[in-house]
Design a protein around this ligand. Sequence first.
Ligand SMILES: NC(=O)c1ccc[n+]([C@@H]2O[C@H](COP(=O)([O-])OP(=O)(O)OC[C@H]3O[C@@H](n4cnc5c(N)ncnc54)[C@H](OP(=O)(O)O)[C@@H]3O)[C@@H](O)[C@H]2O)c1
Length: 234
Amino acid sequence: MEQSLNGKVVVVTGALGALGRGVVPALAARGAQVAVVDRAPAQALEGAALVSGDVDLASPEAAQRVLADVASRLGGIDAVVNLAGGFRWETVEAGDIATWDLLYGLNLKTALVTTKAALPHLLARAATQGGGRIVNVGAAAAARAGLGMGAYAASKAGVARLTESLAEELKDRGITVNAVLPSILDTPANRADMPDADFTRWVQPAQLAAVIAFLIGAEAQAVTGALIPVTGRV
Ligand SMILES: NC(=O)c1ccc[n+]([C@@H]2O[C@H](COP(=O)([O-])OP(=O)(O)OC[C@H]3O[C@@H](n4cnc5c(N)ncnc54)[C@H](OP(=O)(O)O)[C@@H]3O)[C@@H](O)[C@H]2O)c1
């Protein structure tokens, strides 16, 4: 495969989850040095140069510490991919108000906190080598919430708005900010939740990884503030 990300240091958050297992090897295969940061305990992951576990990325102090560590061990940071997140389905009537805070924390706050902690490193690299990148994972479902999807869609809509405003903020500073918006990923959890679905219609993690790799690569230099649906045949 073409080494389109040769030597780039890419931090991928939440990469010990289902999507990360597809994204990390795909970025490494394109030549990236991938640092994984997750709240889950550290474990070996194919393609990862570094794995930092037990890190809560809702904490600014924890995020600053781990990103400084990655930058010093791998020589800087070129890109951040914010995969950390989560999902709950519940109606307003039967659901818990705390779920709205929970999903805000999981999906929007982790992206915001990680990005803010990464910015000094990305700006330092962009100034000398050009081409800093931030890629967020939103959700196609955030455009219009379905039944039981209010809290999730609101939190992912927040990710979309963060992406847009940060893209404007950084567009003269050499850093692009984009989001991919998956529909349903083919993951073990989704297969267990929807056993009768046609899994071939869903998005494969490797397919989403290819779009993320494009956004990190040099050919996407002119793309910023984009919200890109990656919806397979859903
Ligand atoms: N699966 C889908 O169909 C789908 C569709 C659209 C969008 N997405 C988005 O794609 C991303 C990845 O999804 P996935 O299916 O791979 O989810 P996943 O399997 O649940 O993995 C998410 C990972 O993020 C970690 N994480 C959560 N909160 C964190 C925090 N505060 N600090 C650090 N790490 C944290 C989780 O750790 P814990 O296990 O400890 O919580 C987990 O390892 C998410 O943003 C999700 O919303 C997924």
